[in-house]
Design a protein around this ligand. Structure first.
Ligand SMILES: [Mg+2]
Ligand SMILES: [Zn+2]
Length: 222
């Protein structure tokens, strides 16, 4: 069994990419966001343009990454499920801030799959090692492809915990979906079985009842 954990807005309390842009990019990053929301540019193009608008030196940025707050109820959840399942953080955000924030919070080494942050002179750049041209969602990280490759040797069972647009491609394939915010709205609108949650305490309360095997019929737990 594999638990796929979204980062921004799920493990992290806020969207760290938005906070980064708010703090260190000119306000025009919001125009780029509009171009993406109105489908004039792809998600990948949007993120590339926005990330390259960040102006700050490395020290300032590292300090910001250290300040990212995580859901404190994640660790008890992790300790419970890691006895029988694999856990991966799969994010359409940036890898380095995730590494910094999880390390700072004292979390164990959990594999991270995200877009790559590169420091450049007075700013940052982004690369997309987990892009999948075949995925209709068109995100920087195709969560359905990453999760499929990870879950296959583990028996294939996938549990997604997420909150947003980048989780949609996996929500259609995962065996169990824990959803909040826009992912919750998407699941409702598209008739995808899901369990609403606010934080990892809620998730743990459900998972404890599974006794190491998630129910295949969501109506049993919802
Ligand atoms: Mg998210
Ligand atoms: Zn996908």
């Amino acid at each position: 069994m594999l638990f796929v954990i979204d980062f921004d807005g799920t493990l992290a309390l806020r969207d760290t990419v938005d906070s980064l842009l708010e703090k260190f990019a000119p306000a025009a990053w919001k125009d780029v966001e509009q171009d993406w929301l109105q489908e004039r540019i792809t998600a990948v193009e949007c993120m590339g343009r926005q990330i390259r608008m960040v102006r700050a030196d490395r020290e300032t940025l590292e300090e910001f990454f250290q300040s990212i707050e995580l859901d404190a109820s994640f660790l008890p959840f992790y300790h419970h499920v890691c006895r029988y399942a694999a856990v991966a953080i799969v994010s359409d955000g940036l890898d380095h801030p995730i590494q910094v924030a999880t390390h700072k919070a004292g979390l164990p080494n959990i594999p991270v799959f995200a877009n790559r942050l590169d420091f450049v002179a007075d700013g940052i750049d982004i690369a997309f090692p987990h892009l999948d041209a075949h995925c209709a969602a068109g995100n920087g990280v195709c969560k359905c492809a990453v999760a499929r490759d990870l879950a296959q040797p583990l028996g294939g069972l996938m549990v997604l915990i997420g909150d947003g647009k980048s989780d949609i491609c996996l929500a259609r394939r995962a065996d169990v979906v824990f959803a909040k915010k826009s992912l919750l709205a998407y699941c409702v609108a598209n008739n995808i079985g899901h369990i609403p949650f606010d934080n990892f305490e809620d998730v743990l309360a459900v998972v404890r009842k599974w006794d190491a095997h998630p129910p295949m019929n969501l109506s049993l737990v919802a």
